[in-house]
Design a protein around this ligand. Structure first.
Ligand SMILES: Cc1cc2nc3c(=O)[nH]c(=O)nc-3n(C[C@H](O)[C@H](O)[C@H](O)COP(=O)(O)OP(=O)(O)OC[C@H]3O[C@@H](n4cnc5c(N)ncnc54)[C@H](O)[C@@H]3O)c2cc1C
Length: 291
């Protein structure tokens, strides 16, 4: 299939891209890696009349780390993140998830900002952004604001972004010592979207009791599912097998998977329980080893 006719503009600055978006609103779409947008246009599921190519806007690329947080530019490609040992060392949860996203060719082009803005419910990074308490920086020609990842994903393929706004930065708070994480997913084939994916991050205090727990799932709802409250029964305790089982049972009751051609809703619910137990066990073990 070929896309419907559109006008292409290669923006050379953030100001120009935002001015164009303010002028054309929903008629215009930013082009980042093109790995979701172009297939959607080819299938005529998306028919923007104007494509604003943001690939030439250098300040939107790269990773900058300060004392409290790391800020990732939206145009940073999956491959660049995978190859950044310092970044993967700071955020092993992302490092563990990246190889699950699509295939090498797609990871060479796809960007973190395009991924989060596209907001596919089965996508790994939105669930991880929620688990890591990311803040998403958003800008229009008129104003800048930031929103918690948990509030950014509104429904399937829909975010909190306004018609004139761009995602301009992903801020990831640094975690404390004795923190371990784990990402796991089940997909039909390597590189497919997740049937169920799960991100867990456990922090222990000096007495090895759980002081913070984050748990988030993809593929089992319209948006990433933040199951951290269900896992909060671990707080103050030295995590043990019965607790992992109890959290898994709570997760199974709180999610509402829709099922698909690849898996029934019951199977997804079963997987969510199994992955919860396994990921919590692994994250806890890793936290324990991180003295
Ligand atoms: C075969 C195949 C398998 C795939 N498997 C997976 C998978 O397993 N997991 C997964 O997560 N993804 C998967 N993807 C999707 C891939 O990860 C895309 O790269 C990603 O969803 C979109 O990123 P992009 O940079 O390519 O964005 P684009 O395709 O360029 O843009 C996507 C959308 O985001 C908007 N956008 C882009 N950047 C911004 C910004 N900075 N601010 C506001 N809006 C913006 C665009 O206007 C567009 O609406 C797969 C894709 C293919 C083709």
């Amino acid at each position: 299939m070929k896309p419907a006719p559109f006008k292409y503009i290669a923006a050379t600055s953030l100001d120009q891209a935002l001015a164009l978006k303010a002028e054309h609103g929903d008629e215009a779409k930013f082009l980042a890696g093109g790995q979701s947008l172009i297939p959607a246009m080819n299938f005529r599921l998306a028919r923007p009349t104007i494509l604003i190519d943001i690939n030439g806007i250098e300040p939107l690329c790269g990773v900058r780390t300060s004392e409290a947080a790391t800020r990732v530019g939206p145009l940073t490609r999956y491959r660049a993140l995978q190859r950044d040992a310092a970044f993967v060392g700071l955020f092993p949860l992302i490092g563990e998830a990246l190889p699950h996203i699509a295939h090498p060719q797609i990871r060479n082009r796809g960007t973190i900002g395009g991924n989060l803005s596209h907001a596919d419910p089965a996508s790994e990074l939105p669930a991880i952004a929620v688990a890591l308490r990311a803040r998403l920086h958003v800008q229009s020609a008129k104003r800048a604001r930031s929103v918690a990842a948990a509030d950014f994903f509104v429904s399937a393929l829909t975010t909190d972004l306004g018609a004139d706004e761009m995602l301009t930065g992903i801020e990831l708070p640094l975690h404390g010592p004795r923190t371990g994480s784990c990402f796991m997913e089940v997909a039909r084939r390597r590189g497919d979207f997740a049937i169920v994916g799960l991100a867990a991050q456990v922090t222990l205090n000096e007495n090895q009791a759980c002081s913070d727990i984050r748990l988030s799932l993809c593929g089992v709802g319209e948006t990433p599912v933040d199951a951290s409250t269900a896992a909060s029964i671990m707080i103050g305790h030295s995590p043990a097998e019965e607790m992992f089982r109890d959290v898994a049972a709570s997760v199974q009751t709180m999610i509402e998977p829709s099922g698909s051609v690849h898996a029934t809703a019951d199977y997804q619910r079963h997987l969510a329980g199994v992955l919860t137990e396994r990921a919590l066990r692994t994250a806890h073990q890793r936290a324990h080893n991180e003295r």
